[in-house]
Design a protein around this ligand. Structure first.
Ligand code: NAP
Length: 259
């Protein structure tokens, strides 16, 4: 299927690796020119180069921390009028409610709630004026079913979900949609890192922890970044103009509810 977005321009945040890179690659394969961000300059430049060579689209690497005002200004200065915005950043650390400080909560809200809100506010009205826009926030399965060790993430990402629910329904009149994608376990550096930490804490091999985690997924495997990118690219397509304010769970069947 031709997604009908060839020649469009996208900002993809936190895209040198993992889910963000998967989305950037899928959009580039559809002919979308990219502005991609990450904090580590060498990594984001290497990813930009890789995608450019593989697809022939224009890819601009913007090195900076998207959770800071400075980082957001940098990418918006490079690309003030994107047609597509993919909100993504690192997730907050695991832990326990009794140990989290108020500053931990403030940081989690800044990273996973305020940052996407700021980028949406800066871009959505221009998209509405131009009559096309697609915004996707990468959140987490924890919005649908809280994860015990990830209370910071549960809170901040659920806050974002509520915060965009009304603007998503206003913007759609002008062919601008805002949706959230809720990943379950995807095989990325982040997931491999958490498996390693769990294995060290229990004194068991990392392969054992990974196998146990996979067993909990009805699909019997972790998701991969190619399928994540493809699903996100569809939400960014011209065909998805009637889908807004939705939460698309990509979790291999983990969530046990019927809807
Ligand atoms: P990943 O493989 O570790 O990749 C993270 C990417 O984000 C890297 O390119 C990293 O580059 C960039 N990044 C991190 N913090 C950034 C910041 N402040 N500013 C700009 N770029 C930043 O992680 P992932 O698995 O793709 O996860 C992406 C998001 O999805 C996270 O919020 C994670 O919590 C969430 N998520 C992931 C899963 C999963 O199973 N993978 C499940 C649910 C939710 P630099 O380090 O160089 O900045």
């Amino acid at each position: 299927m031709d997604l009908g977005i060839k020649g469009r321009t996208a900002i993809v945040c936190a895209a040198s690796k993992g889910l963000g890179k998967g989305v950037a690659t899928a959009l580039a394969q559809e002919g979308v020119n990219l502005f991609i961000t990450a904090r580590t300059k060498a990594d984001i430049e290497a990813t930009a180069d890789e995608i450019r060579k593989a697809t022939g689209v224009k890819v601009t690497a913007v090195a900076g921390d998207i959770t800071t005002e400075e980082g957001r200004k940098q990418v918006l200065a490079a690309c003030p009028n994107p047609d597509i915005l993919i909100n993504n950043a690192g997730g907050p650390p695991p832990g326990d409610f009794k140990d989290f400080t108020l500053d931990d909560w403030r940081k989690a809200v800044e990273w996973n709630m305020i940052t996407p809100i700021a980028l949406i506010k800066a871009t959505v009205y221009g998209m509405m004026d131009r009559g096309f826009g697609r915004i996707v926030n990468i959140t987490s399965q924890s919005v649908k079913a809280p994860i015990a060790s990830l209370e910071l993430s549960n809170g901040a990402r659920t806050g974002l979900t509520g915060a965009i629910a009304v603007i998503a329904r206003k913007a759609v009149r002008n062919n601008v949609t805002i949706n959230n994608i809720l990943p379950g376990p995807f095989d990325t550096d982040r997931l491999r890192g958490t498996s390693k930490k769990m294995a060290e804490a229990r004194g068991v091999p990392v392969e054992q922890v990974a196998a146990e985690r996979m067993k909990a997924v009805p699909a019997g495997r972790f998701g991969n970044t190619v399928e994540f990118g493809a699903a996100t690219a569809f939400l960014c397509s011209q065909h998805a103009g009637f889908i807004t304010g939705q939460n698309l769970l990509l979790d291999g069947g983990i969530f046990p509810g019927s809807m």
